[in-house]
Structure formats: C-alpha cells, structure tokens
Design a protein around this ligand. Structure first.
Ligand code: SAM
Ligand code: SF4
Length: 361
C-alpha cells in the first residue's frame, strides 16, 4: 500500500454561507496527515457519534414517518468488529469521546458486546443516546461493560401526549429507564426534550421543575429540519431564548462556563442551586464555529455534519482489505471537507437527503 501524500483541495465558498459557522477564512489549503483531526477552519475534532442501526421501535413525529422507513439490510450494517476497528483508528487520531446512537441503539442485539469493545479502547467518555424503551433491563449490563452515561429522550411528562408525539412507547417505561440508569451509575443523566410549538411547549416549566426535583439535566432541543417527512417549519420550533426567558421568570438561572467550548448545549444552573438545564439552539443560535463532532452512520458512512450530504463510506474499504492508514485518511478527508456552518438560516438551504434516524443524532 502506498504512503498517503498531502492532497490539495480547492477552498470553495460554502454555498449555504457561514452564518453561525467557523469564523474567518480557511486556515490552510493543505490537509495535515498527522496530528489532531482538524478541518480547514482550524476546528479540532474529538467527538465521534456512532450510529449502530437506522431502525427504531418508535416513530416520533419530528423524526420518522408513522409507517417507518426503508431500513438498511443487515448485511449493510457495520459489524461490531468493524465498528471497534474504526473506533480504534479514530482513537489514534485524537477522538476522545464516543456516543452510541441510531435509530434506536438498543434495538441492535448484543449492544453490551460493542460497548465492551469500545471501552477497552480507553475513551475519556463513552455514552449513549436512547429513547429509553429497552434500557431498564440492560442498564447495569451496559454499565458493567463500560458505558459511562446515557441521554434519554422524553418529550412530555404527560402519558397521552408522550404517546402522541412518539407515536409508540409508554412514558412509564421511559421513566423507569431513567431510574434504572441512575441505579446502574449511568450518570449524570440527561433528558432530551424536543420542543414543538403547540404540542409540548406548555411543559417547559414542568420540565424545569422535573430537573429541579430529580437532579436530571433536562436539555431543550430546537426542532431541526431533519425529519424524514420533510415537514419541518421554522414556526414549529421553540427558540432556546424563549425557553430561557420562561424558566428564568420563575426560577432565575445562572450560566455555567462550559467545560468544553464545543458542547452543543448552553448550560444553566438554577440560582438557588436546585438542578441544571441545557439549551440546544441549533437553529436560532448555531454553534458550528466550535463544532468538534464527526459521525459514523450504521452502514459505515463518515459524515462531517448532520446537515451536509458529504458522506464517505469506509465500509467497503474495511471489507476489501484497506489498511488502518487508509481508513485514517478517510477520517481526515471527511473532517477536512467540512463546511464552516450548517446554513439552515441561509436562503436556498436544503435538508440533507438522509434524515436524523438514518444519520444518527
Ligand atoms: N432513538 C434515540 C433517541 O430518540 O434518543 C437516539 C437517536 S435520536 C435520532 C437522537 C436525538 O435526536 C433524540 O434526542 C431525538 O429527540 C433527537 N431528534 C430526532 N429528530 C430530531 C429533529 N428533527 N430535531 C431535533 N432533534 C431531533
Ligand atoms: Fe426513533 Fe429516536 Fe427518531 Fe424517535 S427520535 S423515531 S426514538 S430514532
């Protein structure tokens, strides 16, 4: 196998603009072949989101159509061995945090085996985002295998409304999953809430009270144009600023200085010390300028942004004798090709061809 050589890539203006994106001009036109995973705007990437399946047992209105999607055949999914190999290469490139996601990661059988394989690689953080429906029975097994913490999605504290938004599933089961996660030590426990105007935005204070009462970190997420049905409308999202104002009017909030400047959530604690919330304002206050994330789809596509169609498969390389050096180069090229910003707020923005559950949120 020949040694990789530096490639020159033309720096073209981002067609969707750089609003909210990496500030300033591209730093260099030569992709580095060693050192951290860096893009041409100087953003160092150390967070890898790994989707283990595009399948899901729920059909959330903001994500998947009621009838489901055309799911990937089993043979197209990366095997656990392939995922661990890619994660090992990524570790060598400076990835320090891994999050498992999907689809619903826990519909993939034997996930604890994958967690064990990843844990051996020694990441600083190994987490999972789940809808919580299948978590309770396996929480302690996952923790024993090396999972550190979980984010559990839960969009309503009202059982009927929960069922209406997620279309399937049961709030009680998800609340039990939160208890099980805490009992297993999968903490700090974060609860993801996608707010939809007119559907659950009247629960903002209920969720704030829940955060205060339970100590769970509730993160309010703006609805993003990543639903498979393409029905997203700006009017449906609830801006993070509004969430802040409504909560702070009742319980004053204090901003936390970020431990990681790249964390998507703006974090706030209640001034009286009773808990924490986060605001993920991806649309109204994009954080692209500090984005350090890279995604691996369930079928082995490397994606440098949720909103970009730039996806480079590494699966075929793995299955046809590719070396680790070649795989590493795919990682570097994917990161290097990253646009400065997602461009949602630019004229002519188009949602990516693959929606949230197919990419891995
Ligand atoms: N199935 C798991 C779950 O729901 O937690 C993990 C995958 S899901 C795609 C990851 C996160 O993305 C969840 O918190 C979900 O609520 C969120 N999500 C899905 N579609 C979204 C959208 N269109 N806008 C904002 N967040 C979305
Ligand atoms: Fe499934 Fe998660 Fe999408 Fe809901 S948000 S349909 S639980 S993948």
């Amino acid at each position: 196998m020949t040694e990789p050589v530096p490639v020159r890539l033309s720096v073209r203006p981002h067609p969707r603009g750089a609003a909210g994106g990496a500030g300033g001009a591209a730093s260099s036109a030569v992709m580095p072949l060693e050192g951290p995973l860096v893009d041409r705007y100087g953003r160092v990437h150390n967070d890898l989101r790994i989707s283990v399946t595009d399948r899901c047992n729920l059909r959330c209105v903001y994500c998947m159509p009621e009838e489901g999607l055309s799911f990937l055949p089993q043979r197209d999914l990366l095997t656990f061995e392939e995922i661990v190999r890619l994660a090992r290469v990524a570790r060598g490139l400076g990835i320090t945090a891994v999050r498992l996601t999907g689809g619903e990661p826990l519909v993939r059988k034997g996930l604890a085996d994958l967690v064990g394989g990843l844990a051996e690689l020694g990441f600083d953080d190994l987490a999972m985002t789940t809808n919580g429906t299948e978590l309770a029975p396996v929480a302690s097994k996952l923790a024993a295998a090396g999972l550190r913490r979980v984010n559990i999605s839960c969009d309503s504290l009202d059982p009927e409304r929960f069922a209406a938004i997620r279309r399937r599933g049961d709030l009680t089961v998800v609340l039990q999953a939160m208890d099980a996660a805490e009992a297993a030590g999968l903490t700090p426990l974060k609860v993801n809430v996608v707010l939809l105007r007119g559907q659950n935005d009247d629960e903002i204070l209920d969720f704030a009270a829940f955060a205060r009462r339970t100590g769970r970190i509730v993160r309010f997420i703006e609805f993003m144009p990543l639903d498979a049905e393409g029905k997203w409308e700006r009017a449906q999202l609830v801006p993070g600023r509004e969430v802040f104002d409504r909560i702070a009017a009742v319980w004053p909030l204090v901003a936390l200085s970020q431990s990681s400047g790249s964390a998507p959530a703006e974090r706030f604690v209640f001034a009286d010390g009773e808990g924490e919330i986060g605001l993920i304002s991806s649309v109204t206050e994009p954080f692209c300028g500090t984005c350090d994330r890279l995604r691996l789809t369930a079928d082995g596509g490397l994606r440098n942004c949720l909103f970009s169609d730039d996806e480079r498969t590494v699966r075929d390389l793995l299955r046809h004798g590719g070396t680790d050096a070649e795989v590493a180069r795919h990682f570097r090229e994917s990161v290097w090709a990253k646009f400065p910003g997602h461009g949602i707020n630019e004229p002519g923005f188009l949602s990516p061809a693959r929606s949230m559950s197919m990419i891995g949120g």
